[in-house]
Design a protein around this ligand. Structure first.
Ligand code: GLU
Length: 424
């Protein structure tokens, strides 16, 4: 299946299929979980922006709230030229399951604007963000729905969101958004949290499988905030990072790459890509070659739908840790399972970000400031506890870690729904 065919798959239908399968394993009947097949609320907005050249452009934006049964909705805001409502609906549902699998008191939501942020000036981006927030303002808030960064957004944008919401309220409300700059109520450790979580679950899975981390060969797709941090922290654990990639392609060194040097190269200025990286013993490879590299662990940490059914049989890694949301499509998932590959699923593997978002929100609503050690220690505790719960549930049900994670998550959400009952 080519990349284009993969793009046409409906991620929301995929989510529903996994949900139905896990619900049936849990022995639920349809009425127990039917509400989870539908997002609670979907808001679509048309955002008019004064462009710097004097024209007016109208952008399409969304905020989808999937479930608030266990607490306020929580989830990032994505700026990407290809987003559509079904993708946002799937991402919102995955957030509900992610919060539930790590047992933090949130539901799930997601927002997006259909825009390529690299094509906008900073002032246009700021106006777009402020107008979008003004338009979704009635449905967000620290007790309602708390946005965060995702693909194409960052701490600076979260700072504008905090300011816009606060201006409307008339007082400063840091708890309306997480992933903010530290100076305006962001949490120490939040930026690295998703990558750190990926490292922690990789360490745990290797331990469970009796494979030493030292010398373990790893390939990472995506050198952004998730993949870059995961690669760095895994190399500190003794893993050999032999291939990494970004949108421009990948670099490979059988003896192990110098991850710190690569991160320095990429962060020197925003226009730098791996295709221009040179280093001793480094060769350039394609994205497909990276995904099929002869490694022990593969970490797809870029976008969804990267591993499809034509690529799946060629994957050599025995362990796949999903740093991105939804990188493996359903058909590929089945092939990988048949081939004995172990997948640590996205809703567990990349949950470190939302866990530290929870810590940020907890600090904001109580006006506390934790040090980084406390953040990292609590993150580690939650990631290890959640990994063990998923592992045990999967083994109890003789199923995959993905199904194990969904069973843990759905059970928690369904129980909360049952206790609350349906109004009126
Ligand atoms: N966008 C991130 C995710 O997909 C973080 C969400 C959050 O921190 O609320 O998990």
């Amino acid at each position: 299946m080519s990349g284009n065919e993969l793009q046409r798959e409906n991620p929301y239908d995929n989510m529903l299929e996994v949900l139905d399968e896990a619900a049936s394993m849990l022995g639920l009947c349809e009425k127990d979980y039917v509400a989870l097949r539908h997002p609670e609320r979907e808001l679509k907005v048309a955002i008019p922006i004064d462009m710097d050249d004097g024209s007016i452009h109208v952008f399409e934006g969304y905020r989808v709230q999937h479930s608030s049964s266990r607490g306020p909705c929580k989830g990032g805001i994505r700026y990407h030229q290809d987003v559509d409502v079904d993708e946002v609906k799937a991402l919102a549902a995955w957030m509900s399951f992610k919060s539930a699998v790590v047992n933090i008191p949130f539901g799930g939501g997601k927002g997006a604007i259909k825009v390529d942020p690299s094509k906008l000036t900073k002032n246009e981006l700021k106006r777009l963000t402020r107008r979008y927030i003004a338009m979704i303002l009635p449905i967000i808030g620290p007790e309602r729905d708390i946005p965060a960064p995702d693909v194409g957004t960052n701490a600076e944008i979260m700072g504008w969101i905090m300011d816009t919401y606060s201006v409307f309220k008339g007082y400063t409300v840091p708890g309306v958004v997480t992933g903010k700059p530290i100076e305006v109520g962001g949490s120490l450790g939040r930026k690295e949290a998703t990558g750190r979580g990926v490292m922690l679950v990789t360490r745990e899975i290797l331990h469970r499988l009796g494979k030493p981390a030292i010398g373990c060969r790893v390939a990472v797709q995506g050198m952004g905030n998730v993949g870059g941090v995961a690669a760095k922290l895994l190399s500190r654990e003794g893993c050999k990072i032999i291939a990494v990639s970004d949108v421009s392609g990948g670099v490979y060194n059988k003896k192990g790459l110098n991850v710190d040097d690569i991160i320095d190269f990429l962060s020197e200025n925003t226009g730098k890509f791996l295709k221009d990286y040179e280093g001793e013993g480094v060769t350039h490879i394609t994205n497909e070659e990276l995904l099929c590299a002869d490694v022990d662990v593969l970490i797809p940490a870029a976008m969804e739908n990267q591993i499809g059914e034509s690529l799946a049989p060629k994957i050599k890694a025995s362990v796949i840790v999903e740093g991105a949301n939804g990188p493996t499509n359903l058909a590929a998932d089945k092939i990988l399972e048949k081939n004995g590959k172990i997948i640590v699923p996205d809703i567990l593997a990349n949950a470190g970000g939302v866990v530290v978002s929870y810590f940020e929100w907890v600090q904001n609503i109580q006006s506390l400031m934790w040090d980084e050690e406390e953040v990292n220690m609590n993150l580690e505790k939650i990631m290890i506890r959640s990994f063990n719960e998923v592992w045990d549930k999967a083994h109890e049900n003789k199923t995959t870690l993905r199904m194990g994670a969904y069973i843990v998550a759905i059970d928690r959400i369904v129980k909360a729904k049952k206790i609350r009952g349906i109004f009126p």
